[in-house]
Design a protein around this ligand. Structure first.
Ligand SMILES: Cc1cc2nc3c(=O)[nH]c(=O)nc-3n(C[C@H](O)[C@H](O)[C@H](O)COP(=O)(O)O)c2cc1C
Length: 451
């Protein structure tokens, strides 16, 4: 089933949506509840938002693979294959006249945190931060469309700080600024999972248009409409659009902000002057609490599966790839079938060349369950010798929000070859299949669910 928008998706979640009717404040309280949600837990809909009568806030939206699979109308088992097959094609967006996101329009002097229930997440955060804003704009030099999630600090009337640490938006802003011009942007909030995932895909400068990718992921074109005050096309069925301009030559303190790394990160960042806010009459605001399984799950597909697809174009035998939860995509584990030592070394260099975020990579054989930390530790403990099997690359580009880079822009990378040797001493011990099946069946009869 193709969902027309976020609310269409939520309406189909049944018990996989937890409705919270107790009053919850956007400042700290909502994030506190979202932090309590277990991995794979339901999406959360706050229907009684303190200080914002009539508004609703959804969080934990993509935290489970089950829900992401549902959003993409596929199964968990088929999720990676579906993602790779669809995003290699693309479905172009279409312009439309019907724009629910414009039911209510605000211009002039705007108090963003008064209009919208923007969350303040962590104790040391410098203010409310928008964390699911899909920022849309086009390159003033080429006209090429770009989009990405960029954190935005709500600072006061009509003003937000924006972290532009990544292309393509950082490059578009630099191009506008080189001519002393502002960069028109629009921020879509309350979008369906397919659009959210497409926004953070590591497509690269030559990659496909991410709006085409979003269309392909959802199985139907994204409906677009021209924004009110800026030259940007926006998703007509989003819940909220914030329009504005990134000012040329302006930088201000932005942060602290509890990041996806689990640490606070402050920056001197560009500033957005907001020109309009439009929304549905009964809008749903999208929350994403940093350093939670919501972020892990988003990265797993948009960064992990994407990287897997790109690696497979360069090398045969790559069985699977997982970005370790809680590591902000800095740590990856890759399973290789029939690995030769030279393949492993080549793979490690390919990963570091393709993804500037990945800092640690462990390569194992495909008899290791890469989503089970016990098995990865076992492979490292028994198939890996540090002096023989480690690749270290120094003087590489560091990722800006990684505190261990020390703010100097440099970092190093490490690859670990935890693949087996060729002898039988590396054969994994196993229980005979018939005995394993009997044990599982009896335990199930006794009401015990094996971990
Ligand atoms: C949860 C999340 C938050 C992000 N926040 C920011 C941010 O604040 N600033 C930024 O520059 N990039 C941020 N990114 C990364 C951008 O969205 C990134 O630019 C996007 O993936 C573009 O990739 P591309 O250059 O391959 O097109 C975030 C990614 C995720 C998954």
């Amino acid at each position: 089933m193709t969902y027309p928008d976020l609310r269409g998706f939520l309406a189909d979640l049944g018990n996989d949506l937890l409705k919270v009717s107790q009053p919850f404040a956007p400042k700290h309280e909502m994030a506190a509840l979202l932090r309590e949600m277990p991995a794979n837990g339901p999406a959360v809909l706050f229907v009684n938002v303190a200080g914002h009568p009539g508004a609703r806030v959804v969080g934990n939206l993509v935290a489970s693979r089950r829900r992401v699979a549902k959003a993409l109308d596929t199964t968990e088992a088929e999720l990676n294959a579906t993602y790779l097959q669809r995003t290699r094609q693309g479905i172009a967006p279409r312009q439309c006249d019907d724009a629910p996101v414009k039911e209510v329009r605000h211009t002039g002097s705007l108090d963003i945190a008064g209009l919208l229930p923007v969350l303040t997440h962590y104790a040391g955060d410098g203010g409310p931060f928008i964390t699911t804003g899909v920022v849309l704009c086009s390159d003033p030099a080429t006209g090429r469309r770009g989009m990405g999630i960029h954190r935005m600090m709500v600072k006061g009337d009509n003003r937000m700080g924006i972290l532009l640490a990544n292309p393509p938006l950082s490059a578009f802003h630099a191009n506008a600024e080189a001519n002393g011009k502002p960069l028109d942007i629009a921020v879509a909030l309350g979008v369906e999972p397919a659009l959210l995932i497409a926004a953070v895909v590591k497509a690269g400068p030559q990659g496909p248009d991410k709006m085409d990718m979003a269309g392909a992921l959802r199985g139907a074109p994204v409906d677009l409409v021209r924004a009110e005050t800026v030259a940007v096309d926006v998703p007509a069925r989003a819940e909220i659009i914030i329009e504005g301009r990134v000012l040329p030559g302006v930088r201000e303190a932005e942060g602290p902000f509890g990041e996806n790394t689990g640490y606070y990160f402050s920056n001197i960042s560009p500033v957005v002057e907001v020109t309009a806010v439009t929304h549905r009459r009964d809008f749903i605001y999208g929350a994403l609490c940093p350093w939670t399984s919501d972020v892990d799950s988003l990265l797993s597909l948009a960064a992990g599966t994407e990287l897997l697809g790109q690696l497979r174009t360069q090398m045969a035998g790559i069985a699977d790839l997982d970005l370790t939860t809680g590591t902000c995509g800095f740590t990856a584990v890759i399973a290789l079938s029939k690995a030769k030592p030279t393949d492993v070394r080549r793979l490690i260099h390919l990963v570091f060349g393709m993804d500037k975020r990945v800092k640690l990579v462990t390569v194992v054989d495909d008899d290791v369950d890469i989503r089970n930390p016990r098995e990865i530790s076992w492979a490292l403990a028994t198939r890996f010798q540090p002096d023989r099997d480690t690749v270290i690359l120094c003087g590489m580009e560091g990722y800006v929000i990684d505190p261990s880079c020390g703010g100097g822009g440099f970092g190093s990378r490490m690859g670990m070859d935890a693949t087996r040797g060729s002898g039988p001493e590396f054969d994994k011990i196993t229980i005979p299949a018939a005995a394993a099946a009997k044990a599982k069946a009896v335990l199930a009869e006794l009401g015990f669910v094996a971990g």
